[in-house]
Design a protein around this ligand. Structure first.
Ligand code: MD3
Ligand code: FE
Length: 212
């Protein structure tokens, strides 16, 4: 275990905690949110979002794409990281301003391999799950929320553990490290129309991950 403390040494001081998840409400001011949104628009142009199929063959309500060396992918064969968009193109690079958020919050020198981009519209949601497709859980996962607010739920490392919820708003950052890295978590719903940041509405969530 190289990064077993939560948050990692050198990480920014959290504003709040939720079941071991470090929360940084309002980490991005409105100008930084707009700049991040504009970078992401170019990622989405280069790598159009798609609805992955679950292991059970059902399309997810959240649309996804990725930037970085690897992107997250799912179909009937299961969940995994792949080095190409379904179109066959390499994923676009992670925008520099997004990498800057990673370094500022985590304090790590190592760069993330993947920036997973989740797009939530209307009734999109994400059921309670663990993130365990990465090789080394000692590396943290960082989340950046943009656009509409989302009801975020986090429990413990066992599926039946009690959960706590909070709203994530545009500009909020969350850091999952240490024991919370393997916590069950999900998005129950978004609040459509709660933000004007995204021209088409909805919510964009970035998760930055070390994959290999
Ligand atoms: C807690 N995304 O992409 S981000 C995911 O808002 C994912 O789109 C949600 O869960 C979203 O896998 C939640 C916050 C988050 C991300 C990773 C975590 C919370 C986490 C990993 C461990 C514990
Ligand atoms: Fe997750």
């Amino acid at each position: 275990m190289t990064n077993a403390s939560a948050p990692p040494r050198g990480a920014a001081r959290p504003g709040a905690w939720l079941n071991g998840v470090a929360l940084y409400p309002g980490w991005l001011d409105p100008a930084a949110q707009q700049a991040t949104r504009d970078c992401l628009a170019r990622v989405i142009e280069a790598a159009p979002p798609f609805s992955p199929e679950t292991r059970f063959g059902k399309p997810m309500s959240v649309r996804m794409t990725s930037a970085g060396r690897f992107g997250w992918y799912s179909d009937r064969r299961g969940y995994r990281y792949v080095d190409r968009h379904p179109s066959g193109s390499a994923w676009p690079p992670i925008p520099q301003p997004v990498l800057a958020i990673w370094h500022a919050v985590t304090g790590l020198d190592r760069e993330p391999d993947c920036c997973l981009v989740n797009l939530y519209r209307d009734r999109a949601r994400m059921g309670l799950h663990q993130d365990r497709d990465e090789a080394d859980f000692d590396w943290p996962v960082l989340s950046v929320s943009l656009g509409d607010s989302a009801l975020f739920r986090v429990g413990g490392t066992a599926r039946g553990d009690p959960t706590r919820s909070t709203w994530l708003h545009s500009g909020d950052v969350a850091l999952m490290a240490g024991p919370a890295r393997l916590a069950f978590h999900g998005i129950d719903r978004i609040r459509p129309g709660s933000s004007t940041l995204l021209p088409q509405g909805g919510r964009l969530n970035l998760t930055l991950r070390v994959v290999t």
